[in-house]
Design a binder for this molecule. Structure first.
Ligand code: BTX
Length: 328
């Protein structure tokens, strides 16, 4: 734990009282002028700190701005986000994640950016990531599991996002198989899972999450205004990013640990409670065909279950489902 983190912790524990420079210096084993330098640094990060002579220091306000420290402070996870890489502007958090993964970054490393200039969705599609308006992050995992089970992690991630959104806000989120989070028929978040694996062993998995938080309608480019929404649009008010990030990480860690213990059925039940259009007609698109069928739910292994020509359930592992088609 860095000195700075300990300092934030001490200040946070004593929110209502002043803590003297001398006490801080004794407890952190650094000089009083070093304390003062740290305070200046914290202010730059958006903490508002009051310093009163003869009394000491006190935190007045925690920052709204994302930084490694603001995410770390108050984060209740055991292993997820113990290592955090935050950048103001980068091409894509997925790109950085692959890079650090290859260099040996640890399981549970979180990469997060205020802005992405070249962020991606699935199949080389673009993901619009307006600066400081959303959560653009990638989670690096090194799971001891078979590569063919990795898609279950996408479903797990969707389940995490939907559960957190449902609990925190007065909205009803759905998951559109496999990975879109939908509010009022529009996409509020997307998940991109990428992995590096050999035949029977995963080296690492990167779960990219894009969550629209504080965009207004006009912040979205024209081509997606009818399809996209944000938590601000859905709830009518601006939402705090750091708090939401911490909740997502904590919920992710819990769900992931439970998944490792209890297997996919645990995730499946929760996923299905958010599943969009289960039992309804949908359009399915795969690499080379497109057809209308009924969405029956997900299989024990996470595959999409749709009705085949004989009205029997058929498993699909890749492809997309759609409903916009029906409106056109
Ligand atoms: P997807 O392929 O399911 O969705 C991409 C499609 O969604 C686009 O073609 C567009 O129509 C629409 N779209 C683009 N941007 C938005 C947006 N902000 N809100 C709603 N709809 C949008 C979904 O891919 C996976 C997205 C993962 C994004 C994260 S962000 C952190 C990480 N880094 C990175 O480069 N990607 C991931």
């Amino acid at each position: 734990q860095s000195t700075r983190n300990k300092l934030i912790e001490l200040l946070a524990e004593n929110r209502d009282e002043y803590i003297s420079g001398q006490e801080l210096s004794d407890r952190l084993h650094i000089s009083r002028s070093a304390i003062w330098k740290h305070m200046k640094q914290l202010e730059k990060d958006g903490y508002q700190i009051e310093g009163v002579s003869n009394k000491g220091y006190r935190i007045l306000k925690f920052p709204a701005k994302i930084s490694e420290n603001t995410i770390r402070w108050g984060l209740q996870t055991k292993w997820l986000g113990k290592s955090i890489i935050h950048k103001e502007s980068i091409t894509s958090t997925q790109e950085i994640a692959h890079h650090v993964a290859k260099e040996g970054a640890q399981h549970g490393t979180v990469i997060i950016a205020d802005e992405q200039t070249n962020s991606r969705g699935r199949m080389q599609r673009q993901w619009h990531s307006a600066a400081s308006k959303g959560i653009w992050m990638s989670i690096l995992l090194r799971p001891a599991m078979l590569p063919q089970n990795a898609p279950q992690l996408t479903l797990l991630s969707g389940t995490v996002l939907a559960s957190v959104i449902a609990r925190k806000f007065d909205v009803t989120p759905y998951i559109k198989w496999p990975n879109d989070i939908i509010i009022n028929g529009k996409k509020v978040a997307g998940i991109l899972t990428e992995m590096q694996a050999e035949q029977d062993q995963i080296q690492y998995v990167i779960i990219g999450m894009g969550i629209n938080v504080n965009q207004d309608r006009e912040d979205f480019p024209d081509e997606i205004t009818t399809k996209a929404t944000s938590l601000k649009i859905a709830t009518g008010c601006e939402q705090e990013l750091v708090d939401l990030i911490q909740d997502i990480l904590l919920q992710f860690e819990k769900m992931y640990d439970n998944y490792l213990q209890a297997g996919f059925p645990y995730v499946k039940t929760i996923w299905e409670s958010f599943g969009f259009k289960i039992g309804k007609p949908i359009v399915v698109r795969t690499m080379n065909k497109e057809w209308k069928t009924d969405f029956l739910g997900i299989a024990k292994d996470g595959a999409l279950l749709v009705a085949n020509d004989q009205d029997k359930p058929e498993k699909l592992y890749a492809g997309e489902i759609d409903w916009f088609k029906e409106e056109e």
